[in-house]
Design a protein around this ligand. Structure first.
Ligand code: OAD
Length: 307
């Protein structure tokens, strides 16, 4: 039986009531589009804008990428040819080093929940690390798909400092690409200092690899959830999307996404909803601003200079 009316005001009332003690959050790329980082599957997103013809690859590999752009981040592709991953991810890697992007209101909202003692854990599928800019406690964050800021060899696990990796990425690209960080192609693969294989890359999870073990340990906590917030994710990638089914049956679920997602996972919208709330067809930053107003947390927002 629902503990709150199934709208944003109901969620705010529940958060304020004292009955809601444990909030868990799952975020995806939509949480960072407001910062200027494209998501994966929207029009204009990474998979939509992929141009396999510009990538250093064989025709057969390009065909694979044309058939399914996810091949760029597949483990077997990376072991065959590191250029698709490195070339597509290069602007993102270097932008991360230059701290080009700023946390959005969506990221800040999670920190506000922590300040109020409500946030028990943030599961983020994002590898951009913007969550940490808010000062959120790192022990509350699970990087489900790894992080771009740590670098290691995909073959043997040897680590390399992020800045050294970026220096090599920069040194090995042609001049034109140095001056235009968004230009695709012409990167270099980087040899592992330990096993010498050219498999060094940011510590992000490739399709075909397993998730960090803490994901599996920490999802057990979801049994305690009173409220689950799902923000900016298409919920199509497993096992991260399984989070929505791991909360108790009576747990309220708030979906903050431009489009309804997760119906195949049992999320129900409109008249079929029994415990799910959709914040509507607006951006997640707008939805969280609405929620902030309902909660009376506007002072928290005023303190953040760049918002
Ligand atoms: P997707 O690109 O699949 O989904 C992003 C979702 O956010 C879509 O439903 C968008 O409509 C929505 N969205 C985008 N901008 C938004 C905004 N400003 N406000 C509200 N909604 C917005 O990204 P993810 O679900 O994060 O994994 O993708 C999951 C995984 O697939 C990624 O972690 C990555 C990718 O392949 C790996 O590489 C292992």
């Amino acid at each position: 039986k629902p503990r709150a009316s199934l709208d944003l005001a109901g969620v705010a009332d529940f958060l304020k009531s004292g009955a809601c003690k444990s909030v868990y959050v799952l975020t995806g790329a939509g949480a960072s589009t407001g910062a200027g980082i494209p998501d994966f599957r929207s029009p204009g997103g990474m998979y939509d804008s992929l141009r396999p013809e510009l990538i250093t690859a064989t025709e057969a590999q390009r065909k694979r990428m044309r058939m399914d752009p996810v091949n760029v981040v597949m483990k077997d592709m990376f072991f065959q040819n590191q250029f698709p991953y490195l070339e597509v991810r290069r602007p993102f890697i270097l932008g991360t080093q230059q701290q080009q992007w700023k946390a959005t209101l969506t990221h800040w909202f999670m920190h506000f929940l922590e300040e109020e003692g409500l946030l028990k854990r943030l599961f983020t599928q994002n590898i951009d690390g913007l969550d940490y800019q808010t000062g959120i406690s790192p022990k509350l964050v699970t990087n489900v798909h790894g992080s771009v800021a740590r670098v290691s060899c995909e073959g043997c696990g040897a680590e390399m400092p992020f800045d050294d990796f970026c220096t090599q990425v920069r040194a090995n690209v042609k001049d034109i690409y140095k001056t235009d960080p968004t230009a695709p192609a012409e990167s270099s693969n980087i040899n592992c200092p330990r096993c010498s294989r050219p498999l060094v890359k940011p510590n992000t999870v490739l399709f075909g690899s397993s998730l960090p073990t803490e994901f599996f340990e920490q999802t057990a906590e979801l049994q305690q959830a009173d409220l689950l917030i799902v923000a900016g994710t298409s919920l199509v990638v497993s096992p991260a999307n399984a989070v929505v089914g791991m909360v108790p049956g009576e747990c309220l679920r708030l979906i903050v996404n431009k489009e309804p997602v997760g119906e195949d996972l049992g999320i129900r919208y409109g008249k079929d909803a029994t415990r799910d709330v959709w914040a509507g067809e607006i951006s997640c930053d707008e939805s969280f601003l609405e929620l902030i107003k309902l909660l009376g947390w506007q002072d928290k927002v005023r303190k953040i200079k760049h918002l």
